[in-house]
Design a protein around this ligand. Structure first.
Ligand SMILES: [Zn+2]
Length: 443
């Protein structure tokens, strides 16, 4: 997680009054407040308040159907301009920004794919993908014989990177109906890497809905369904240490593919004659509810799971309509996701026990939750997450006056972070380390 000292300037809020407070039936526990804001790029088509409301309603219904858990109250935070949002939270003097420079690609310049092979191999390994999970996203670019040879992670990385860079280049060549490019030098909000920094710094929102084009400019972590599709971001979960609702996890839903009229994106949808209402359903169900699965339950994108599962990211064409249709045809909860859901629900239960002063019970449930948590978590955060659960137990011990036990748990949290940091020395993990250490120091 990232901790950024940010320059706070006034944000221009334009309050919306029409978003209703929406509640979804709870499976237990108190309703959590999700603060949602619409971040607008004025150079691109806008979306109406009614459509936004419909997207959110649709997401909550799908989420509740697929996970059968958790209830939310929606707090509408209105609209803000994307440039204002970035002026407020992107600190180019921060160490995090400086470090990100060496990790991000030059969207407009020449990049050397070979530079990233080692990192990509490490990324593929961490996600434990089988060759076919990646190969199928490459089948339009290589022959069957070539694909058959791609059995190792280095071979897959070397095949993935040139395709990815071509797709980034294509984005820079696209023009809006009036001739202006979609992407221009100096627009910080077109970079996904910048979004990760901004989301790490911001302290107001759990869910952001945005219409701008965001290039996936992190060559070291080429998620196949993003990097090998259009190399843009359709939605993402983020680390936002200052947002407490889901232990520092937040999400962004991107509307660009729905709103832009360019043939490059729209030709795949021509046959379906989609109306705005259809799109609202697709974005709500297929994008936003999926991102909520990342945020609430820490479930990663899954590439080896039956079609129609809300966390399935294996559809190589990854046409939103097809993915949404798969989900419509399989409306039941996904049993494969239960390990993540059950483990995370235990943490929510333990949090509630802590809040009600039942510290011993809370510790017991945190321990069970830690044991039950699958190792593969969203953004590969397992080590840091285990540290966080140890930290939560320390809080319980401290509250009941057992300083020795609290200090032992803190020691464990630090140890877990050290192990984690040594094993997987990447950007996200270092930020998580900082985040949890901040929590630890605050005890
Ligand atoms: Zn995802």
């Amino acid at each position: 997680m990232r901790k950024i000292r940010c320059i706070i300037i006034a944000i221009g809020f334009m309050a919306l009054s029409c978003w209703a407070i929406v509640s979804v039936a709870a499976s237990g526990g108190d309703a959590m407040e999700l603060h949602i804001v619409y971040v607008h790029d004025p150079l691109l088509p806008a979306i109406s308040d009614n459509d936004l409301e419909m997207i959110i309603d649709e997401a909550l219904v799908t989420y509740n159907t697929k996970f059968q858990a958790k209830s939310f109250s929606i707090v509408n935070e209105g609209r803000i301009d994307v440039q204002d949002f970035f002026n407020t939270y992107l600190d180019k003097e921060s160490p995090q920004y400086r470090r990100s420079v060496s990790e991000r690609i030059d969207i407009f310049g020449e990049n050397n794919p070979n530079m990233y092979v080692k990192d990509v191999v490490r990324f593929f390994k961490a996600n434990k993908w089988k060759p076919w999970d990646i190969q199928k996203f490459l089948k339009d670019y290589y022959t069957a014989e070539e694909l058959a040879e791609m059995k190792t992670y280095p071979a897959l990385a070397k095949a993935t990177l040139p395709v990815y860079f071509e797709k980034v280049k294509k984005l820079t060549e696209l023009r809006q109906p009036d001739g202006r490019p979609y992407l221009e030098q100096g627009k910080d909000y077109n970079s996904y890497m910048n979004w990760t920094l901004v989301m790490a710094a911001q302290d107001k929102y759990d869910v952001i809905i945005c219409n701008t084009l965001i290039v996936y400019d992190v060559a070291t972590q080429p998620w196949p369904h993003a990097a090998l599709r259009f190399a843009k971001v359709g939605g993402s979960s983020f680390v936002s240490p200052r947002r407490p609702v889901f232990d520092g996890r937040t999400i962004m839903i991107n509307l660009f593919e729905m709103l832009c009229s360019d043939e490059y994106f729209q030709s795949q949808y021509t046959a379906y004659n989609l109306t705005q209402m259809d799109w609202n359903r697709i974005i709500g169900s297929y994008i936003m509810a999926h991102e909520m699965g990342h945020m609430v339950y820490l479930i990663p994108d899954l590439y080896d799971i039956p079609r129609g599962c809300i966390m399935d990211s294996s559809e190589e064409s990854m046409n939103y309509y097809t993915g949404w249709k798969n989900m419509q045809d399989n409306p039941d909860p996904c049993p494969q996701l239960q390990p993540w859901v059950a483990a995370r629900e235990q943490v929510f239960k333990a949090d509630a026990l802590y809040r009600s002063g039942k510290y011993d019970d809370a510790v017991a449930v945190y321990k069970n939750a830690a044991k039950a948590t699958p190792e593969l978590l969203d953004e590969n955060i397992y080590g840091a997450y285990m540290a966080l659960l140890a930290y939560k137990q320390a809080l319980c011990y401290k509250a009941k006056g057992d300083a020795a036990a609290a200090s032992a748990k803190i020691k464990k949290a630090k140890y877990l972070l050290r192990e984690y940091y040594t094993d997987v020395d990447d950007y996200y993990n270092e930020e998580f380390k900082t985040y949890v250490e901040n929590l630890v120091n605050g005890l």
